[in-house]
Design a protein around this ligand. Structure first.
Ligand code: GAP
Length: 457
């Protein structure tokens, strides 16, 4: 069985070997904490996002989606409070020059909750308690480190206008609130969803794709009347847990953490972190926050535009809606999904690794494997592939022994393998192998589509 400590190592290696995740810019020696999705990772991530969009947007009458810009007017980030507050306290080891989050170091060294402490408070405790870096060296005084990446618009950097790469997708939703309200004509309660890239200059990125500088978020801003936020918040918590189940996360490893005190973000009155037991510890997977009407009010004040909602039952009543925000990271979800799917099994004297993805998320649904490379088997196999690809994502693999090809399909989580052998030429049937049970059955070629419809749809 997989040991907790080496599971990550095995997963990183499988990801590279099979084409889920590659180190970023590898031929130039890489770029720390940047990762690229390979053919299987791109498909898995797309399947995950498609399922999220279907579940959170398309199947709900109270939801619509948008796709906003990554680079927005910098006033957005002044209004949202990010320019003033989106930074972390950084300390540096004076000898190794490694950088650390001061609050995290204190939490680890002294077991105290240091999140949200001022630079002065952190510096004072570090001095008084003699806190050293993990390498045992002195630390610099804490200073703020902005979490936002800056760039400039214009041909000459010095003269250009400073803009930011968005650190969350949420703000594009708030900024478009009025446009969406007017065009979709939704009534409260309703939500706006978005999937897109976000960027953070993290001090301590790491743990493979868990904490990176560039990542995708799937976010909802759900607008409500102030007095109805509590039950709706709970409904969203249950909705998110139901999705965790639907995408096959190991529910034993998912738990809720009520975020309290200084750990609460500047905009939030209540936040639940959904945590996952990763091999490197219990860490935040997703967040659910009650952001009050902080964002819409701030954008009203800064833009001087009305973002009010007129009560359709009483036109004289105007309110600034409150908001509940389910916020999920794509990469982090993919990591939890891969860890949940990763299975090692003994098969006789041998062992196999199987990625037990739910069928609807597996990158390939079916692999077609002719037993030999001879044309007499390859040609009918190709015809089967042509027919099945009208319905599902299918892989065609003719190389290596059939045993090795089964192992490869197990490792990439393909639910079914179709083997075309010499008997096929006689009886017009193929062998279908089930990924999880490894049971095999003989199915007529003309019945294959119906057979897979009953299994996969
Ligand atoms: N709009 C609210 C917001 O952005 P957050 O808790 O900072 O809240 C939401 O981020 C989710 O985005 C996290 O729960 C996580 O899944 C993902 N996420 C945040 N920072 C990340 C990073 N550096 N790398 C990968 N995923 C990240």
């Amino acid at each position: 069985m997989a040991d907790k400590n080496d599971t990550m190592e095995k997963l990183v290696s499988l990801s590279k070997r099979r084409g889920f995740v590659f180190p970023g810019s590898e031929i130039y020696g890489g770029l720390a904490n940047s990762w690229d999705l390979g053919p299987l990772g791109a498909q898995l991530s797309k399947n995950l996002k498609d399922d999220w969009w279907k579940t959170f947007v398309e199947t709900r009458q109270d939801m619509v989606g948008i796709d906003g810009s990554i680079i927005m007017n910098p006033k957005v980030w002044e209004a949202s409070g990010h320019v003033a507050t989106f930074h972390d306290p950084l300390v540096e080891d004076v000898k190794t020059h490694k950088r650390y989050r001061a609050d995290h170091l204190l939490e680890e060294a002294l077991g105290i909750e240091a999140g949200g402490m001022s630079l002065e408070e952190l510096g004072k405790i570090i001095k008084e308690k003699g806190v050293k870096s993990p390498d045992g060296n002195e630390l610099t005084a804490p200073k703020n480190f902005s979490g936002m990446f800056q760039t400039t618009i214009g041909p000459i950097q010095e003269e250009g206008n400073v803009v930011y790469l968005r650190p969350e997708t949420a703000q594009a939703i708030f900024v478009n609130f009025k446009n969406v309200l007017e065009t979709s004509r939704k009534r409260l309660p309703f939500g706006i969803a978005q999937i897109g890239k976000a960027f953070r200059n993290e001090i301590t990125p790491g743990n493979f794709i868990f904490r990176v500088l560039e990542f995708e978020q799937m976010e909802v801003e759900y607008f409500v009347e102030e007095d109805e936020w509590k039950p709706i918040f709970e409904e969203w918590a249950i909705f998110m847990e139901a999705w965790a189940k639907k995408i096959g996360l190991d529910l034993e490893k998912v738990s809720r953490l009520e975020v309290t005190g200084k750990e609460l973000a500047h905009y939030s009155k209540r936040t639940i972190d959904f945590e996952f037991d990763f091999p490197f510890g219990r860490k935040e997977l997703w967040g659910l926050a009650y952001r009050t009407n902080h964002d819409l009010s701030a954008h009203m004040e800064h833009s001087k535009q009305s973002l009010e909602y007129v009560d359709p039952n009483d036109q004289s009543r105007k309110i600034v809606p409150h908001v509940i925000e389910p916020s999920l990271g794509v990469g982090r979800t993919m990591l939890a999904l891969m860890l949940s799917a990763y299975t090692e099994e003994e098969v006789g004297d041998d062992s196999r690794v199987v990625m037990k993805f739910p069928y609807h998320l597996a990158p390939y649904k079916i692999a077609v494997l002719p037993l030999s490379k001879k044309d007499e088997l390859v040609e009918p196999s190709q015809k089967i592939v042509d027919e099945l690809t009208n319905h599902w994502n299918v892989e065609f693999d003719v190389t290596q022994s059939i045993g090795k090809r089964y192992r490869r399909q197990d490792e990439i989580g393909t639910p079914f393998c179709v083997t075309v052998d010499f008997d096929t030429l006689e009886d017009g049937a193929v062998t279908v192998r089930d990924r999880d049970t490894m049971e095999q059955e003989r199915i007529k070629i003309e019945e294959l589509v119906k057979y897979f419809e009953s299994k996969l749809n």
